[in-house]
Design a protein around this ligand. Structure first.
Ligand code: MHO
Length: 178
C-alpha cells in the first residue's frame, strides 16, 4: 500500500466526508478543521466564524488503488469551486473551497489538474479553490464523524448531501467501493 494524505474543503464537511468515503482506495476520511492559524478550533467556533479554519476532511488513500487525479475529479464534481467563501446556502470562509497538500508531488498534481479544468472551461466562472501546504489538521468532534451515515433522515442530508452522492454514483460508478 502506498498511503497518502490530503485535506479537502468544499463547503460543509458532512458533504465531502459522505462522498469521499464511497471511493475505492480511500482508506479513511475524518472531518475536521484546517487552513487557519487559531489553536483548538471547535465546531461552534468554526461554524459561527470566530475561528479562521475551514471545515475540511482528511482523506487517507492508497495511491496504488486510486489516483490523486481521480480523488480531485470527484471532489470538483461534488462541490462548486467557483463559489468564494461559500457553498450554496452555507455562507462564510469556513465553507471555502480548499485543498491542503502534504507532498510537493501532490502540489504539482493539484496545480496541473486545476490548470486543466480552467483550460477546458469546465466551469463558467474562475476556480477560487485555495491550494496550500497543510500545517495542522484538527479532527472534529465525534458527533461530526460519519455524520451522513448516522443522520440520513436529517433534512440537510436529504436536501444537500443525497444529490451529491447521486452525482458521484452516476459519474464515478467504476471507482466506488462495493
Ligand atoms: N451549515 C450547515 C451544516 C454544514 S455541515 C457541518 C447547517 O448548519 O446545517 O457539513
Amino acid at each position: 500500500m502506498s498511503q497518502q494524505t490530503i485535506i479537502l474543503g468544499g463547503g460543509g464537511f458532512w458533504c465531502i466526508e459522505a462522498t469521499m468515503q464511497l471511493l475505492r482506495g480511500v482508506v479513511r476520511v475524518t472531518s475536521g478543521y484546517a487552513g487557519g492559524v487559531s489553536e483548538n478550533p471547535s465546531y461552534a467556533r468554526v461554524a459561527y466564524g470566530t475561528a479562521d479554519h475551514a471545515e475540511v476532511v482528511e482523506v487517507i488513500f492508497d495511491s496504488e488503488v486510486i489516483a490523486l487525479e481521480t480523488i480531485l475529479s470527484a471532489f470538483f464534481t461534488v462541490h462548486d469551486p467557483t463559489q468564494l467563501n461559500r457553498q450554496g446556502n452555507d455562507v462564510g470562509p469556513q465553507y471555502r473551497s480548499m485543498i491542503l497538500y502534504t507532498t510537493d508531488q501532490q502540489r504539482i498534481g493539484i496545480e496541473k489538474y486545476i490548470q486543466e479544468l480552467e483550460g477546458a472551461n469546465t466551469f463558467h466562472d474562475p476556480i477560487v479553490t485555495e491550494v496550500k501546504p497543510l500545517v495542522q489538521f484538527f479532527p472534529a468532534e465525534k458527533e461530526h464523524q460519519n455524520y451522513y451515515q448516522n443522520n440520513r433522515g436529517q433534512g440537510y442530508c436529504q436536501v444537500i448531501i443525497d444529490p451529491k452522492i447521486a452525482q458521484l454514483r452516476s459519474h464515478f460508478s467504476a471507482y466506488l467501493k462495493k
